[in-house]
Ligand binder design. Structure first.
Ligand SMILES: Nc1ncnc2c1ncn2[C@@H]1O[C@H](COP(=O)(O)OP(=O)(O)OP(=O)(O)O)[C@@H](O)[C@H]1O
Length: 864
């Protein structure tokens, strides 16, 4: 330590060394304070005043402070701008105002928040940990505010796709990675690199065993899951460094398989706008916003998790459906139940704060209020169906804990332990005695003036108080001759003398120390009560879980009734039968128009449905709606339709619209192709594919060729043959229905009234050969001359190139498959395109088509 570095400055530098990448804040009283370069950054980014302050023993360095009550806003702004924020604070007793915490007991990073003001109530706050080995990936995650701790491992080739999809589901606030993580540049979440030894197998195994108090990890399903153990072990070690108190929340680990729930990759989550909209990223306008009518914060979190993780287990889906159905059938009970949930707060996080030792007095009164509300919930749900019953059995009234809280905690305690009045009178005789003797002492002092006047006969004797020597007795100079012997002179004023007495000082000490002693005893009792509650936290947490499940199912029932949803039948057979399906979000946004329902009934043998139709007719809406209905069905929700029968879908893949990912260094078309390739590599016969305008991002011929080849591949590849909805403006693709047995054509009906296009939004069988793009341009307000000229050009093009280009019979593969359907075979053979790939063949054909035209007999002849 150099001479000019004070101990406190050295302490600061030592802590800072541990978190070099973070802006380091110290919780000091009612402020989060930050120093040095961190203070300068904070001041610059948040536009707050930078001060130089003498912090403990002359640590003269720049400082910036954020008031505690506004911390959420400020700190989340820093986190949003990519900064890593660490908070050092002292748990339990706060450090003396204006001083550093003597001992830093926790560092809060985005993934390790426990502070209610920094946590979003409606979502989990996950800390994830990823370990990539050469042939597997291990992922662990924990939410220390709820005690959830889980791990998984994937050994398939496509492990990174899987892990990315899982990260997209979890949306962790922070992810810890080894320094040399091979995929770190592809991870967009807040990254914290850990030294590689943190992920070392033996070390991780030991850390986990110690944490779970077990001699073997097999019981937790971790046998042979090396990468998962490494991820989970590193996560535990990270928490040891940052939030050791939170470790006692992670008492168990849940292991799961990534393919135990429906796979939704990153783009599908985004395209279907499950939890946020594509544009703007707000929750409003997402599927979640329509479904999430849960009341409690725990319910909101669970709803988000259900939406993000549709199930693959039919009995589990049916159990959820049965609960929803019961709440649908019992409308009055549902309403009453929903009303009563308004008395329930975030029991899950409250209990965890108690366990972690960060609870404040009002956390205990909130738990008490929740427990008081339970009998009413149980009364309302008196005779439920079996499925509801199986949730209710976990709802424990926790009578002992309630009795303790009733007995011990005051009705309206102060917000923090800094103030007294936390413990109810009568709970502790020790505390009551201190309070009583303090009260007696106050009374004695209050009466002292009268008593002394009578005893001494000095009528103008006064009892006063000042900060220098506390209570005193004041006697004017004319009466000083008669003051009793035990009076000790303390101060001489112009007209009077001030005295103290030993007895008065004793009482004074009682009064002045009482506050401190009360605080001390109350703090001790409070911690004892917390320990008591924490010892039974598992029952409270199970109760919280049961409440959240009931909250979510009641909410889904409410949504189902209000929006006229039905219970879908889920079956293992590969069927897709939706009658009068609607888009759950779009139907809510239509104000004047009614949403036009559409059926989706895949007949036997149908694989790919090619949907053509004008712009703006509702193709994308329809595609998304089918995917959303399937997803809602498998999360246990009812669906917007008049009936639905859905064969279990293992993965939904979507390729919708043109997403710009220039920030990721990829062109729109490249993104489109990457997503399409991903789909073709990972879809299975049980998957649902939603492909909207594949090939749109490139030149017409390339695009059409790719679209054509993609449909063929899905149809013909034995590992695929997935049910597919394929919307396209390439009307040529409708010819595929004549060539491949599993392809059907549908189009969106329009009608023309007085030369104006009217969209009927109805999906009907058959293809179409018109796009009405110019009409849409007109609707959008393109200037009249532009519209006129476009119509002229269109007529010219139609006249010169004839009808839609007929390419149906062109590819070598189709010719191999359906040689008899190929009238052009001889001519194509002459052109020698049978020996080349389908795409090349298509390109050649287009060149050829430019030179040839159909004559009156339907033969192709060279153009003049
Ligand atoms: N079934 C429906 N009932 C009523 N309105 C609908 C329906 N489907 C779509 N719409 C309305 O039509 C608008 C356009 O729909 P959508 O974007 O799905 O068309 P599209 O055919 O995919 O268009 P484009 O080909 O230009 O991308 C929607 O925003 C919605 O307001």
């Amino acid at each position: 330590m150099s001479d000019d570095v004070t101990p406190i400055r050295q302490q600061y530098l030592d802590i800072k060394k541990k978190y070099p990448d973070a802006i380091l804040f110290f919780r000091l009283g009612d402020f989060y304070e930050t120093f040095d370069n961190d203070a300068e950054t904070t001041s610059r980014e948040l536009d707050i005043v930078l001060t130089s302050r003498n912090v403990a023993k002359g640590m003269r360095i720049p400082m910036a402070g954020i008031p505690y009550h506004a911390a959420e806003n400020y700190l989340s702004r820093l986190i949003e701008r990519g900064y890593h924020v660490a908070i050092c604070e002292q748990v339990g007793e706060q450090p003396v105002k204006g001083l550093f915490p003597r001992e830093v007991t926790r560092v809060v990073t985005p993934g390790t928040l426990l502070e209610p003001s920094l946590l979003k109530g409606d979502r989990n706050n996950y800390l994830a940990s990823l370990f990539i080995a050469h042939d597997s990936a291990g992922l662990a995650y924990a939410d220390i505010s709820t005690g959830e701790f889980a791990a998984t491992e994937w050994t398939g080739q496509d492990f990174f796709t899987r892990v990315r999809a899982e990260l997209a589901r979890l949306q962790p606030s922070e992810i810890i990675l080894p320094v040399e993580c091979p995929v770190s540049d592809q991870i967009t979440y807040h990254k914290t690199f850990q030294p590689n030894w943190r992920f070392e197998t033996g070390r991780c195994m030991e850390a986990l065993k110690k944490q779970l108090q077990t001699s073997t990890l097999d019981g937790f399903g971790l046998r042979g899951m090396q990468s998962a153990i490494q991820a989970a072990g590193a996560l535990i070690q990270y928490l040891q460094d940052t939030q050791p108190a939170a470790l006692q929340l992670l008492v168990s680990i849940h292991t799961y398989q990534l393919d135990s729930s429906m796979l939704l990759d990153v783009s599908t989550r985004r395209n279907l706008e499950l939890t946020e909209t594509i544009r703007g990223g707000s929750e409003e306008g997402s599927l979640l916003s329509v479904l999430d009518h849960a009341i409690t914060p725990m319910g909101h979190r669970l709803m988000r998790s259900w939406v993000s993780k549709p199930l693959l287990d039919i009995p589990a889906i049916q159990a959820r459906q049965a609960c929803v159905q019961w709440f649908v059938d019992n409308g009055l009970i549902r309403k009453e139940f929903i009303q009563s949930l308004k008395d329930i707060s975030d029991l899950e996080r409250l209990v965890n704060r108690v366990t972690a030792g960060t609870a404040q007095p009002r956390d205990l009164t909130a738990i008490r209020a929740n427990l008081h509300a339970l009998p009413e919930l149980l009364r309302i749900l008196a005779s439920p169906c079996e499925a509801v019953q199986s949730i209710l059995k976990h709802l424990d009234p926790c009578t002992n804990e309630l009795a303790l809280l009733d007995e011990a905690i005051a009705d309206d305690p102060p917000a923090t332990l800094q103030n007294t009045g936390v413990i109810r009178p009568g709970y502790s005789s020790e505390l009551d005695n201190i309070i009583q003797s303090s009260r007696n002492a106050r009374e004695w002092i209050a009466n002292l003036e009268q008593v002394e006047r009578e005893r001494t006969g000095i009528k103008n004797l006064k009892v006063g108080y000042n900060k220098v020597f506390g209570y005193y007795i004041e006697v004017t100079h004319s009466n000083t001759g008669v003051v009793p012997q035990e009076y000790i002179r303390k101060q001489t004023l112009v007209n009077a003398e001030r005295y103290i007495t030993p007895e008065m000082k004793e009482y004074e000490t009682l009064v002045l120390n009482a506050e401190e002693r009360i605080r001390e005893v109350e703090g001790r009792l409070f911690r004892e009560i917390c320990r008591n509650i924490a010892a039974n936290s598992s029952r409270l947490l199970k109760t919280a879980q049961a409440i959240s499940e009931l909250d979510v199912t009641a909410a889904l029932a409410d949504v189902a009734v209000n929006n006229h949803y039905v219970c879908p039948e889920i079956t293992p057979e590969p069927v897709l039968e939706i009658i009068d399906g609607r888009h759950p979000v779009v139907e809510k946004t239509l104000t004047s128009d009614r949403f036009i329902p559409n059926d989706t009934v895949f007949d036997q043998g149908e694989l790919v449905r090619v949907i053509t139709g004008p712009n703006m007719s509702g193709k994308s809406t329809f595609l998304r709606q089918v995917a959303l209905i399937v997803l809602m069905a498998q999360m246990g929700s009812f669906v917007p339709a008049s009936s639905a029968r859905i064969g279990l879908v293992d993965r939904i893949f979507t390729r919708i619209g043109a997403q710009d990912e220039i920030h990721a260094g990829q062109s729109t078309f490249m993104v489109e192709m990457v997503e399409t390739a991903n789909i073709l590599h990972h879809a299975t016969t049980r998957s649902l594919l939603v492909l909207d305008e594949i090939g749109r991002g490139t030149s017409t011929y390339d695009g059409l060729s790719i679209a054509w080849a993609v449909v063929e591949h899905i149809h013909n590849h034995p590992g695929l043959r997935s049910r597919t909805l394929f919307a396209t403006h390439y009307h040529e693709l409708t010819q595929l229905a004549d060539l491949l047995p599993g392809i059907r054509n549908y189009n969106v009906a329009v009608t023309e009234v007085d030369n104006n296009v009217v969209f009927l939004h109805k999906i009907v069988p058959g293809g179409t050969d018109r796009s009405y793009g110019i009409h849409v341009g007109q609707l959008a307000g393109l200037p009249k001359p532009v519209i006129q000229r476009a119509n002229e050009i269109l007529s010219e093009l139609e006249a010169t190139s004839g009808k839609a280009v007929n390419i149906g019979e062109t590819t070598s593969r189709q010719m191999a498959l359906f040689p008899e359907t190929n009238p052009l075979l001889d001519e194509l053979k002459a052109l020698d395109i049978l020996s080349i790939s389908p795409l090349e063949a298509l390109n050649k054909l287009f060149e050829w088509k430019k030179k040839y035209t159909e004559n009156e007999d339907g033969h192709n002849v060279k153009k003049a």
